[in-house]
Design a protein around this ligand. Structure first.
Ligand code: PMP
Length: 334
């Protein structure tokens, strides 16, 4: 039968590209957003999860009944848990306890073995990424079917997934009429993979980083120094080092975006355009506005809507949480 997907795996990717009305009007450009929140696990990270698991299978690192271990802000864990369920692997997910309750609940309901750890810098061995690596090593000694440490930050199967799918999809959906691409970085897989795919087709396309406060990348790409200032309530983005996925990424320009700029974007997207997305999508859309202003009217800029806003209801759409931090509040929730 021609119009049937073969299962969960087959529903990852091929997401719509949506014209954002207000951002386009504000800039005189076409601002288009890839609706990654419409992936079956609810985020852009379904693609990375699938790419990493398929790569491991091809390299013989995962056997039926094996275990996938990963450190994640949540979305990669959700993607891995669902891919694991569909393909017959168990998942053990290590996550900083500061991440949203909604993502923790989702991981537990997917059947992942969730281990919450204190939020510590990468240099500390207790950091969630390093904890997950050590846990994977320890488990490998006793797991009969083997253990895969997904290692999304440095495993380039992540960016290769975007290079092979998301980037070409954007090129095809715009018919090659694209002048700029921007998004924020967690692992860097999305920005690097899409950036490489687009540059290969037209090297004049401007690839730009949109960086939240608290991340060290803006200063690195602007002036060569990994240095961070301020902080952000957004989750899943911001980075303090050049990950394996960022290494060699074709980045032409960089913009810094504050929570005060990003939050009104997601509130307007929801109330005026019907798009319910999370905080990193707000950083991305505001970054796209900055890139469009830099390019000037008449250009086409593409960005990513990373995940659903419901994943952060208790934070981004909670007037008490926002008020305590003197952040903008959606007027219909006051
Ligand atoms: N937005 C959200 C909500 C995420 O969870 C992530 C992944 N951590 C990103 C953006 C960034 O994607 P990437 O890891 O590909 O840089």
């Amino acid at each position: 039968m021609p119009n049937i997907r073969s299962g969960f795996i087959d529903t990852i990717g091929n997401t719509p590209l949506i014209r954002l009305k207000k951002a386009s009007e504000l800039t005189g450009c076409e601002i288009l957003a890839k609706a990654e929140f419409l992936n079956p696990g609810g985020s852009v990270k379904d693609r990375a999860a699938l790419a990493i698991v398929q790569d491991a299978e091809e390299r013989g690192l995962l056997k039926p009944g094996g275990v996938i271990v990963e450190g994640t802000a949540g979305n990669t864990g959700i993607g891995l848990a669902l891919v694991g369920n569909a393909l017959g692997y168990r998942t053990v997910i290590v996550m900083p306890e500061t991440q949203s309750q909604e993502k923790k609940d989702m991981l537990r309901l997917c059947g992942a073995d969730l281990r919450l750890v204190p939020a510590l810098p990468y240099a500390n061995p207790g950091n969630y990424v390093r904890y997950s690596e050590a846990l994977a090593k320890e488990m490998a000694a006793t797991e009969p079917n083997g253990v895969l440490w997904a290692n999304q930050f440095d495993n380039q199967a992540n960016r290769t997934g975007h290079y092979r799918t998301t980037g070409p999809e954007i090129w095809d959906q715009t018919g090659g009429r694209i002048d700029g691409f921007t998004c924020a970085v967690g692992t860097g897989g999305t920005l690097a993979g899409i950036g490489m795919a687009l540059k290969e087709r037209n090297r004049d396309i401007v690839v730009a980083l949109s960086d939240p406060m608290g991340s060290a990348l803006y200063n690195f790409y602007a002036g060569g120094e990994l240095k961070s200032e301020g902080n952000s309530i957004t989750e899943g983005i911001g980075q303090g080092r050049i990950t394996g996925n960022l290494d060699g990424a074709p980045i032409d320009n960089q913009f810094r975006v504050t929570d005060e700029e990003a939050l009104p974007m997601i509130f307007d997207l929801l109330k005026e355009e019907g798009l319910c997305v999370g905080g990193s999508s707000g950083i991305n859309v505001m970054g796209a506005v900055k890139l469009a202003r830099d390019l000037g009217p008449g250009h086409t800029v593409v960005t990513i809507l990373c995940d659903f806003g419901t994943r952060y209801q208790s934070k981004l759409f909670n007037p008490v949480f926002l008020k305590e931090r003197s952040l903008p509040i959606p007027d219909w929730l006051v």
